[in-house]
Design a protein around this ligand. Structure first.
Ligand code: HEC
Length: 141
């Protein structure tokens, strides 16, 4: 009997412990953008401020480019990337797109559907308008 009660309690604790992580929400998307490192490259001022998220420029791209053997790439304005995508379009895109370095596109492929949908809703919820497009990438040399 005591054993059974213990098991039931463990089951309850488990379902409470994971419930939050399995629901689509703006707050979860916000969290993912931080722990997924998206702001590191896609949000102006994020690194310099020691990780302060300014919602008005969050994920609106960063014109400081990345140079390497691949040429020069710019962390794109994700608000514009999503501007003409439905949530389902994004789900497909986020599972299949590939880019030049240093964008870790393979990490985005690893997002679950709940995570991808939450990130979409977070980006769509951000204030400050759509922002400007980033420069086109440049070939090596
Ligand atoms: C190390 C820097 C870096 C990190 C970290 C990073 N990105 Fe990127 N991202 C880039 C760069 C640079 C590009 C542009 C690559 C190119 O031009 O080929 C890019 C492009 C993209 C694109 C393609 C946009 C388009 O319009 O084609 C998406 C989507 C994207 N990133 C999402 C994310 C998400 C989501 C995260 C967090 C999980 C993230 N990125 C983290 C640097 C980064």
């Amino acid at each position: 009997m005591i054993k059974l009660v213990g098991l039931a309690a463990a089951g309850l604790a488990l379902s409470f412990g994971t419930a939050g992580a399995q629901e689509v929400s703006v707050a979860f998307g916000e969290h993912l953008a931080v722990i997924g490192g998206c702001h590191d490259c896609h949000t102006v001022g994020y690194n310099e401020s020691g990780g302060k998220v300014d919602p008005n420029v969050s994920l609106a791209g960063n014109p400081a480019g990345f140079e390497g053997p691949w040429g020069k790439t710019f962390a794109k304005n994700l608000r514009l990337t999503l501007a003409n995508m439905s949530e389902d379009d994004w789900l497909l895109f986020s599972d299949t797109f590939e880019t030049a370095p240093p964008m870790p596109w393979f990490n985005v492929h690893a997002f679950t559907d709940v995570e991808s949908r939450s990130l979409y809703q977070y980006i769509k919820s951000l204030p400050g308008g759509l922002g400007e497009p980033m420069p086109d990438s440049l070939p090596p040399g």
